[in-house]
Every structure is written in structure tokens, then in C-alpha cells.
Design a protein around this ligand. Sequence first.
Ligand code: CO
Length: 148
Amino acid sequence: MFAKVVAVSLLTLASGQLLAAECKVTVDSTDQMSYNTKEITIDKSCKTFTVELTHSGSLPKNVMGHNWVLSKEADTQAIATDGIAAGIDKSYLKDGDTRVIAHTKIIGAGEKDSVTFDVSKLKADEQYNFFCTFPGHISMMKGTVTLK
Ligand code: CO
């Protein structure tokens, strides 16, 4: 009897997990100055969302470094421009830049970094981008983030 109750509970748990939204994504970056995705959709049911950034290339971070930065579309270019002077040790982000909603550090080949942020910081009617602030990369390394 006890075993049967446990089995039913486990089944319920498993189906609940299948229905739950995925609140995590892995984004890969490359030696070709690119991400493997142009669009990230975040489900409104997620309390937090985690992005894991990987780098599948072979070049080091001082040559082909990448980060993953999230901001409103309207702030994207200015964040990247202001980040150039900050240098690689600051992951090409200006100190205390409040326009940045979330970001990883700059990584090179074979490295990874992840960031988790509160989904309550995003609004469904706002346009968001993710992008790389390594100098010159934003033209190739930019995509959209949508809350749905
Ligand atoms: Co980059």
C-alpha cells in the first residue's frame, strides 16, 4: 500500500516537471564571432531564468572573448560603446552600469559562465536584447529576449 502511494506520487511529480516551463538555456559562442541562437523566449511562469554561456571555439578570451549581456533594446548600443573603455578585466562593462539587467563575464575557448536573474525585471511589452560587449562584436553577436 505504502509503495503504491509512493509510486503514484512519483508519477505526479514527473508529469508536473514535464509541464513546467524550461527556465534555463545554454547559449554557445564560437570563433566565428557568433552565438548559436538569435532569439531567447522566457516563459512568464519562470521566477528566475538562467543563461549558461559556453565557448566551443579554440581562441582565447583576449582574442575572441564573449559575454552574454541583457538589456532593454534602447540601451544596448550605449552599453557596448561605454564598455570598451572598461577593458577585459571588467568584462567590457562600465562599473555599476544600471542599464545592464544581467551579464556573464567574458569567456574564451573551453570556458563557461552562467548568470541567473529575476524574471520580474522584465516586462512583456518591452524589447530586450542579449549581446556581446567585446569590442566590435555587437554587430554579429546580438539577439532578442522576449517574455511570453
Ligand atoms: Co564576443
